[in-house]
Design a protein around this ligand. Structure first.
Ligand SMILES: Nc1ncnc2c1ncn2[C@@H]1O[C@H](COP(=O)(O)OP(=O)(O)OP(=O)(O)O)[C@@H](O)[C@H]1O
Length: 334
């Protein structure tokens, strides 16, 4: 488990002090694939670098598997970092070493015998699907292959946590998908907790079970991905979840309006608007909608104008309130 409590990090620059993170508290549970998402400059990289003490927080506490990271001696920190591996957008491979030697590198640093290190590195190249690239040099690989080698290297010291800092941002959509699937497989099969830093909602959608939204150095929302995506409450979260703009209230004179949030309705379930028409003879109009399907579940929200007829409007409200997998609120017109 990674516990972050009241973490603040400031940078001193020539033009003054930058507060990169302020009063951050987060819990990342064992086995999570935890997304940290935010716009550029929100503080994502700084936060992830505070987990392994590449950056030292000014205030607050970081505990990884019960160990308070700030209190560790340099030797203890080196050993703790073997359990917290990291991969980067630019892969950070050693260009003058072949792939096998790149994967061996952390094992050499840990003092493992050469033959043992090589055997382990070959196993890891197999795991990431590139056993035939042992002798190749990074310059001979595609971006996706480089990231696979970086992942193999990250796994060499049997970490318990994998930190991924924009690990797929330099890759095309298909390659991104295959790397995300590999990360998911590693999480599932090796039981490694994964922290994913990204500015792309699609990455969170594809692999994360929990997410924290960072904005201006603050965590503005955190929770289960489905819950945050279905009903983002803050402006920062809405901007990320609905880049095209969230369903806004617009006046429809004389009509009651409801905002419906889908919290994971199965897409195979009957459609709401059609069911309202057929089952309770209530013809509602969709004023705005921004829904998406994640893992076969509908998430997002819709703004509906109810029928003018008050009895039909009430029937619609009663029906919606009993409909599984959604929450709703009546939008009062001012
Ligand atoms: N070493 C540093 N010195 C001074 N300011 C810094 C330093 N590192 C980060 N910052 C500042 O801290 C804030 C957060 O930066 P950070 O790189 O963590 O954001 P980010 O969300 O990862 O952004 P991006 O997605 O663009 O990488 C920014 O205002 C940045 O300018």
């Amino acid at each position: 488990m990674i516990e972050i409590q009241n973490l603040t990090k400031r940078f001193t620059t020539q033009s003054g002090t930058v507060v990169a993170l302020e009063d951050i508290s987060l819990t990342i549970r064992d086995g999570d694939i935890f997304g940290i998402i935010g716009m550029s400059g929100a503080g994502k990289s700084t936060l992830v670098r505070c987990i392994n003490m590449l950056e030292r927080p000014d205030e607050g506490l970081v505990a990884v598997n019960g160990r308070e990271m700030q209190t560790l001696s340099p030797a203890e920190l080196r050993s703790a970092r073997r359990e917290i591996a990291m991969i980067f957008q630019q892969f950070n491979l050693l260009m003058q070493r072949n792939c096998l030697k790149n994967v061996c590198f952390p094992l050499e640093l840990a003092g493992r015998p050469k033959a043992e290190a090589e055997a382990r590195a070959r196993q890891l190249l197999e795991l990431v699907g590139l056993p035939d690239k042992a002798e190749a040099y990074p310059a001979q690989l595609s971006g996706g292959q480089k990231q696979r080698i970086a992942i193999a290297r990250a796994l060499a010291t049997d970490p318990k946590v994998l930190l991924c800092d924009e690990a797929t941002s330099a890759l095309d959509p298909n390659t991104t998908h295959s790397i995300l699937q590999l990360i998911k497989q590693i999480n599932r099969e090796l039981g490694i907790t994964v922290v994913v830093i990204t500015h792309q909602m699609s990455v969170v959608e594809e692999i994360c079970n929990r997410v924290a939204i960072l904005d201006g150095g603050h965590v503005v929302e955190q929770g289960d991905v489905g819950q945050i995506f279905s009903n983002p409450r803050t402006a920062a979260a809405r901007k990320l979840v609905f880049p095209a703009g969230a369903a806004q209230s617009e006046l429809v004179p004389g009509r009651r309006m409801v905002r419906v949030a889908f919290n994971g309705t199965q897409t195979t379930d009957k459609p709401l608007v059609a069911s309202l028409a057929i089952e309770c003879n209530a013809l509602v109009s969709i004023i705005a909608a921004d829904t998406r399907i994640v893992n076969g579940q509908t998430l997002g929200s819709m703004l509906l104008a109810l029928p003018e007829d008050q009895a039909a409007a009430q029937r619609a409200i009663d029906y919606i309130s009993n409909y599984p997998g959604l929450s709703f609120e009546e939008v009062k017109q001012v």
